[in-house]
Design a protein around this ligand. Sequence first.
Ligand SMILES: *[C@@H]1O[C@H](CO)[C@@H](O)[C@H](O)[C@H]1NC(C)=O
Ligand SMILES: *[C@@H]1O[C@H](CO)[C@@H](O)[C@H](O)[C@H]1NC(C)=O
Length: 348
Amino acid sequence: MNGRTIRINRVPATITAILLTIALVYFLNFQKDERPAIYGMLRSDNNVNLRKMLIAAIQAAQRGGLEVVDVMHSRQLKERSKGKTAEGVNDPFTDADGRSHCVMKQGLQRIFPRVRIFSEEDKEHCKDAYSFDLDPTVLHETAKVPDMSVTAQDVTVWVDPLDATKEFTEELYEYVTTMVCVAVAGRPVIGVIHSPFSGQTAWAWVGQSRSEYLQELHQMPRLNSDQPIITVSRSHAAAVKNVARNVFGANVSLLTAAGAGYKVLQVVANNATAYLHTSIIKKWDICAGEAILRALGGAMTTLDGERIQYGPHDSSVNTGGLLASLDKHEEYMELISKYRTTHNGKLS
Ligand SMILES: *[C@@H]1O[C@H](CO)[C@@H](O)[C@H](O)[C@H]1NC(C)=O
Ligand SMILES: *[C@@H]1O[C@H](CO)[C@@H](O)[C@H](O)[C@H]1NC(C)=O
């Protein structure tokens, strides 16, 4: 009797043991593969770490720059026109713009899938899915970069894959930059201006840290002239030169240059006391420059003295003109508004 009973009970016990083993194996696998993703969806993915964003922004600008240099060496620019700029000059596009865009935009988007990224060449179709891994060695050892998190929805990234394309096609390489800007709640917080042909990267994180190169530029000797030196665009020089002379007087010195990134660096390096722009300008041209100037205590505003908004729902075009300076911003804004009051609000 007894032996029979034991034999009958062994079968369900074995089945239970097998089921438990399957459940255990399943649970362990599930825990290993599925849980982080589910956890991420529930919470951590909604935050972005600004230290990581800084590293990625520097890498993106430098990697985009390598594409630009590569296309230059290949001599296959495949230049075509995107139409005309607001100033009525040809707006060229080359393979360098396209390749740099794909590398910068896709590289950043893969690391930060939830962050809104605007690039000058968003219309460009990218063939390959480009990616890179974060490399903290792009920062110098003494860089002060805290782990600071913000909500992904508050972040907007502005990418300029190749600033001064026209000059690039004219082999005026010193004007060429690649730029990345990270705005939080519509304000520029991290700015990267990379010069691919010198290999130098100026970056700043407002209130935290800046690159050694930017630090070097910023320590260039002060101008020993009291007269304003205004850097303006060489592509629509006539109109803006007029405004500069009207506002600052006939003695004003004008430094004609190309590329918004390059012009900001002229201000940083004390080659100019301000950067003036009077026609429309795109925000990927100016966001990184504003972050860098603000990090150094400077300012960039419209010609009405208003802050420029870089949020995800703001227009990509700034229509209010531009005045950027390290330490003359208030003084120059006063000259602008004084001129306007006596000339029916007009500058030209
Ligand atoms: C312009 O420069 C000349 C010569 O340096 C000087 O005599 C004149 O006073 C200056 N004018 C203004 C408006 O600063
Ligand atoms: C500032 O001007 C000097 C002299 O023209 C030039 O050598 C230097 O490269 C300029 N700085 C920058 C950042 O372009």
